[in-house]
Design a protein around this ligand. Structure first.
Ligand SMILES: NC(=O)c1ccc[n+]([C@@H]2O[C@H](COP(=O)([O-])OP(=O)(O)OC[C@H]3O[C@@H](n4cnc5c(N)ncnc54)[C@H](OP(=O)(O)O)[C@@H]3O)[C@@H](O)[C@H]2O)c1
Length: 283
């Protein structure tokens, strides 16, 4: 029976698909556009199906014959609002196990304006009647790809908070935790928070990318005001304010969780390794 992977064309989902295929599992990949370059680049053995979370009934065909699925909580930058409906369709189709990749900052209250919109989905997963596992990672190493254009064209990264210290996590480690939760017993009702193995300051991440591509990259630190202006065409206002609010606490994300090593049996990959693997994105 295939494992249904939603978000299969994304950063974590792509790694998840490759890891499942390489360990002999049949994978069905959901995408809104099976003809997109990201979908056509999926491994040959993967069955690609169309479906859109915004219209849950479009997932009915994708769910047929599936007992395990991975749900990415994507709806633009906001939380997935159709999660309860999708999970009910999944239950009716015979799905028994779900991994849920989403957002949660345990240090913030349930009524925090950034956190509150995500909570209904968390509850929907927990009340779905399925064996569930929440995956709430730290900041992705892959987020640094937003610097790629500036590095390629000018050799510069412009961002606020150079001392922001974050245990950036490799997408393959998040995916490895999800593989374990989907394919092994013993993960039901667990909440995993994959992080990287060490905190990395933003200015050090820039330096390591420079080392990976073999030429120095300058870090121009923006003030919060400059960052607002710089990001205004790329992110919604509330997302910018969230980034800035996080950045005001320099050690806010430096916390290293043991989950990757505990679940997968090996330490998380470092940012240096990620930068070497992804150097071509910045060249
Ligand atoms: N970035 C971070 O630092 C961070 C930290 C903690 C948690 N997270 C969580 O990680 C998740 C994002 O993972 P990611 O970065 O791997 O994703 P991503 O690379 O941004 O890719 C998004 C995926 O979601 C799919 N998707 C988007 N809207 C959809 C819709 N309406 N219907 C069906 N599929 C849809 C896309 O598929 P198609 O385009 O092919 O349809 C794509 O595969 C989010 O839940 C986020 O909260 C991220």
């Amino acid at each position: 029976m295939p494992i249904l992977v939603t978000g299969a064309t994304g950063t974590v989902g792509g790694s998840l698909v490759r890891q499942l295929v390489s360990t002999g599992h049949d994978v069905r990949a959901l995408t809104r556009d099976p003809a997109s370059p990201a979908a056509t680049a999926l491994p040959d053995r993967v069955e690609v199906v169309a479906g859109d979370f915004a219209r849950p009934h479009t997932l009915v065909a994708a769910l047929r014959g599936v007992t395990r699925m991975h749900l990415v909580a994507m709806d633009g930058y906001g939380p997935l609002t159709t999660g309860a409906e999708i999970l009910e369709l999944a239950r009716q189709a015979g799905v028994r196990r779900v991994t849920h990749l989403g957002h949660n900052d345990p240090s913030r209250a349930d009524d925090d304006p950034i956190e509150a919109p995500h909570r209904p989905l968390h509850r929907a997963v927990e009340n779905s009647g399925l064996e569930w596992t929440h995956i709430f990672p730290g900041e992705f190493m892959a987020n640094t790809r937003e610097w790629a254009a500036g590095i390629r064209t000018e050799g510069v990264v412009r961002a606020p908070f150079g001392d922001w210290n974050s245990a950036l996590v490799h997408e393959a480690d998040i995916a490895a935790v999800i593989v374990a939760a989907l394919t092994e017993d013993g993960h039901a009702g667990r909440v995993y928070q994959p992080t990287g193995p060490e905190p990395v300051r933003r200015r050090d991440a820039v330096r390591m990318i420079g080392e990976a591509i073999g030429r120095p990259v300058r870090f121009d630190e923006l003030t919060p005001e400059q960052a607002r202006e710089y990001w205004k065409d790329h992110y919604p206002t509330e997302v910018i304010e969230w980034f800035l609010e996080m950045g005001r606490h320099p050690d806010g994300s430096g916390w290293v969780a043991p989950d990757v090593e505990q679940v997968t049996g090996r330490p998380g990959r470092t940012f240096r390794q990620w930068a070497a693997e992804h150097a071509d994105d910045f060249r």
